[in-house]
Write a protein that binds this ligand. Structure first.
Ligand code: ADP
Ligand code: SF4
Length: 584
């Protein structure tokens, strides 16, 4: 089995590890060989032709988790692209198909962005050599495949790419000014009015980019991409920060961009949305940070189920030792519920917005999911429970101490992860630090973390604070599917073990389904009025929420994951007739 050795240069910090710890401790180096040396960039450089197959000393000793030594599946062949002598390798590519939305599914760090950069012609494949390959070589490499046709079009100047990056939080740093001006500047096809109407941007066109919310930024980024005169539209995580109604709307919008003359590629970790949006999906597997392989395109249902199973039958590859399973109807914590806080019918007006809540209560040991559109009063409600806001009418039977993780967590702080998480490291090493895989991040500054890393740190910091109620706003943002499920497990176990209450606001309904003991539903009109019901049993809550959205869902018989039914399909009509919008 071929073996590769990789050093993630952005993680390698020779000063932080006390001076090339790997080089100093490598048994081969100590025996006079040059297995790991100081590279031209001052970082460690590993020579895979020298390293010993059985030795993993450097992998284990690096405090930043920068070194990988992994066995490759033998059938992957030679890399299509490799960074430097010992960097990340990509072994194949997804490819766009005109008239189709092609999805990409894989864990973070598996090379999705590298693949996208190659398709967008930002990066040229180098076939693991020290210079980019020329176009004819690339075309020859893909002979007889769809990718060959794609690169021929690239060569002939017939592919123009528009690309929406993952981190929309960074948009205000790249561009200043009003939303309207930004969009008019990139409107290459005179479609401004249509796109503004499709993505519902009208209400904040005259706001400054720096003043708008995450969900609004996401829609501006989607619009700016779609306005370009392109024939390949690439969307990296288009659903982040959007509420579920907006996610469904966005899906239709993105689909409308794939026509006979144009194609769409979308990376998406909300499996319900990926399932809904994509015609075909490539699964990417390998080892995060070390190498990535792209599967052949598969029908969406088959691709998602294969991904969850950890096994690609057609390729005969097992890429995860265990399947990911979804549970239907989570076990409630044993024993009689212990009430944390209860409320009568409560009302609150804030400027022109008004909120009403039906009577309800939160228990200790439970996780309550909250679903509802953005701007509908979810945070206002919790702030009343915390006593930060006083209700206009109605009673709360106690006041609770709340620890809050905000939705939006971008930071430029040079503070280290260890200083933010010192509480968690002292008290929750086994329950939070280890399962969320935070150990290798502790010495890094917050400013150097990726979106997914920052999210996990923010979740850990929130849980480590002393409180009764933990409010986590969109903890799924920037996490991949496996991380979402891990986070669900960590939050559930935390609440159950310590008798706390966790309230999770999220728009990934699969995540909500997996994390919630009960569900609270917010309905109404964003920025005008909100109405809270529950907490209810999850199925009842979902039924009333889906009724509000006007959709139905079934469960996939194989993986048990919820899927959106096609409007007016046989199943859709049957479930509506039975009043079971959230089908089993
Ligand atoms: P994903 O998009 O699937 O989360 P990425 O494509 O961002 O993953 O990254 C895959 C790997 O490629 C990461 O380990 C990353 O550090 C590495 N990588 C990306 N760009 C470069 C580069 N310019 N030089 C070296 N390594 C890179
Ligand atoms: Fe230090 Fe790890 Fe870099 Fe080696 S790879 S120099 S141990 S940070």
């Amino acid at each position: 089995m071929p073996r590769i050795a990789v050093i993630e240069k952005d993680k390698c910090n020779p000063t932080g590890c006390g001076g090339y710890l790997c080089i100093r401790t490598c048994p081969l180096n100590r025996a006079g060989k040059e297995a790991i040396v100081v590279g031209a960039d001052g970082k460690a450089e590993i020579h895979e032709e020298v390293v010993n197959d059985a030795c993993q000393v450097c992998v284990k000793i690096c405090p930043y988790g920068a070194i990988h030594m992994v066995n490759l599946p033998s059938e992957v062949g030679n890399p299509l692209h490799k960074y430097g002598r010992d960097g990340f390798r990509l072994y194949s590519l997804p490819y766009p198909i005109f008239g189709k939305v092609v999805g990409i599914l894989g864990v973070n760090g598996i090379g999705k962005s590298v693949a996208i950069k190659i398709l967008a012609q930002v990066e040229s494949p180098n076939f693991a050599r020290d210079k980019p390959a020329d176009m004819q070589e690339i075309i020859d490499h893909f002979k007889g495949t769809e990718a060959q046709l794609f690169f021929q079009k690239v060569r002939d100047g017939n592919i123009k790419v528009a690309y929406k990056p993952q981190a929309v939080d960074l948009l205000p740093r790249a561009a200043a000014g009003k939303v309207r001006d930004l969009l008019l500047k990139v409107d290459e096809q005179g479609r401004f009015e249509k796109v503004v109407s499709d993505l519902e941007l009208k209400d904040f066109l005259d706001n400054e980019l720096s003043q708008i919310s995450g969900g609004e930024l996401q829609r501006v980024a989607l619009a700016a991409t779609a306005l370009k005169a392109a024939n390949l539209f690439i969307f990296d995580e288009p659903s982040t920060y959007l509420d579920i109604r907006q996610r469904i709307k966005m899906s239709g919008f993105v689909q409308s961009l794939s026509t006979a003359d144009s194609g769409v590629i979308a990376v998406e970790h909300d499996l319900i949305i990926l399932d809904y949006i994509a015609d075909l999906v490539h699964v990417m597997y390998g080892e995060s940070g070390a190498y990535g392989v792209v599967s052949l395109p598969k029908a969406t249902r088959n691709a998602i189920n294969s991904y969850l199973a950890g096994m690609l039958r057609e390729e005969n590859v097992r890429f995860r030792a265990y399947p990911i399973k979804f549970k239907q109807g989570l076990p409630q914590s044993a024993g009689k519920p212990i009430r944390l806080v209860g409320w009568t019918e409560v009302k609150k007006a804030l400027g022109s917005f008004s909120l009403s809540a039906e009577p309800g209560s939160f228990n200790r040991h439970e996780v309550v999911g909250i679903v509802g559109e953005n701007g509908i009063g979810k945070t206002t409600f919790i702030r009343m429970l915390a006593g930060v806001l006083k209700q206009d009418s109605g009673e709360l039977d106690s006041q609770v101490k709340v620890s809050y993780k905000a939705q939006y967590i971008s930071t430029e702080s040079e503070e280290s992860v260890a200083s933010i998480l010192s509480n968690a490291v002292d008290k929750h090493e086994a329950r939070i630090i280890r399962p969320l895989d935070l150990k290798n991040l502790l010495l890094r500054p917050l400013s150097k973390l990726s979106g997914g890393e920052l999210q996990r740190v923010a979740i850990a910091a929130c849980l480590a604070r002393e409180a009764d109620l933990y409010l986590l706003d969109e903890p799924s943002a920037y996490l991949d599917v496996e991380q979402r499920l891990l986070v669900a497990k960590v939050i559930r176990e935390f609440a159950d073990t310590f008798g706390k209450t966790a309230v999770v606001v999220d728009h990934d309904l699969l995540f909500i389904d997996q994390i919630s003991d009960r569900l609270m539903v917010f309905t109404g009109r964003p920025a005008v009025s909100g109405h809270a019901t529950g907490p209810l049993p999850v199925e009842d809550g979902m039924n009333s929420f889906l009724a509000e959205l006007g959709i139905t869902m079934r469960r996939d018989p194989e993986s048990k994951r919820p899927r959106i039914n096609k409007q007016d399909s046989q199943l859709d009509r049957k479930q509506r007739a039975e009043g079971k919008l959230y089908g089993g």
